[in-house]
Design a binder for this molecule. Sequence first.
Ligand code: MF3
Ligand code: CO
Length: 278
Amino acid sequence: MIHYKSEPEIVLMRESALLVGKAIAAVAAVIRPGITTKELDKVAEDFIVSNNAKPSFKGYKGYPFATCISVNDAVVHGFPNDTPLKEGDLVSVDVGVYKNGFHGDSAYTFVIGDPGKAVLDLMAATKESLYKGIEKAHTANRIGDISFAIQDYTEKQRGYGVVRELVGHGLGRSLHEDPQVPNYGKRGSGGKLKEGMVIAIEPMINLGVKEVTYDEDGWTVRTMDRKPSAHYEHNVVIRRGKPDILSSFKEIEAAEKANVHLNSSYYHNPAPVSAAHA
Ligand code: MF3
Ligand code: CO
């Protein structure tokens, strides 16, 4: 069942979604070689709690942390741990907050130092695919139009692997609501996009194969070929017929650019269309 949001509910959801961006920005400000992902998790959790909110993920189906921090070949749902980050690491930070009865849920992928062109291109293309999907979130379209846009840009045009096991989702009083929003699919397929729908769009894109494995912890999703994977997530409401992004990367991107340990050169480095699949 889809829960359509009213204008006052959208105001509250925007507040939750914006808070997530600020929490991820707080993490972006301190990422450096040598810091552990457990330390980053604490930074995010402290920030959320000090803003009178709760970390949505902690306790969700038994998930033990405030954040998911997925490094290199970890796709999503990585456990924060005691391994220090190092030069070249690709770090996806996924955060949820619950405030005023509504969840916000957003993710961003950072890289420490220089991971090489292939990874920078993957990051650029994954972030771009998120916006390609968002563009399609209007009332003349269906879920499959979002899905197709993401898959076409990343898999068909560039040859990356689009994860099938995990999908975007509706968002509201629950962290995961209907509808599901896959990052793969056919144009014009799926349910109609309607006024007041709030969805989390979250492409998970692998440099190599689309297949994934699960770690012994029961959560961490990893690429089967152990190549890196990127993940960006925004919350979007369909309002006045068009997509309105509730979350924001503004503070995150400012923190990313200000942090000398983080590489933001991929902004100006869009992935070229690969000849292999042209
Ligand atoms: N953004 C992720 C998702 O929507 C985060 C969920 S982690 C969990 O699936 F621990 F809360 F499950
Ligand atoms: Co999500």
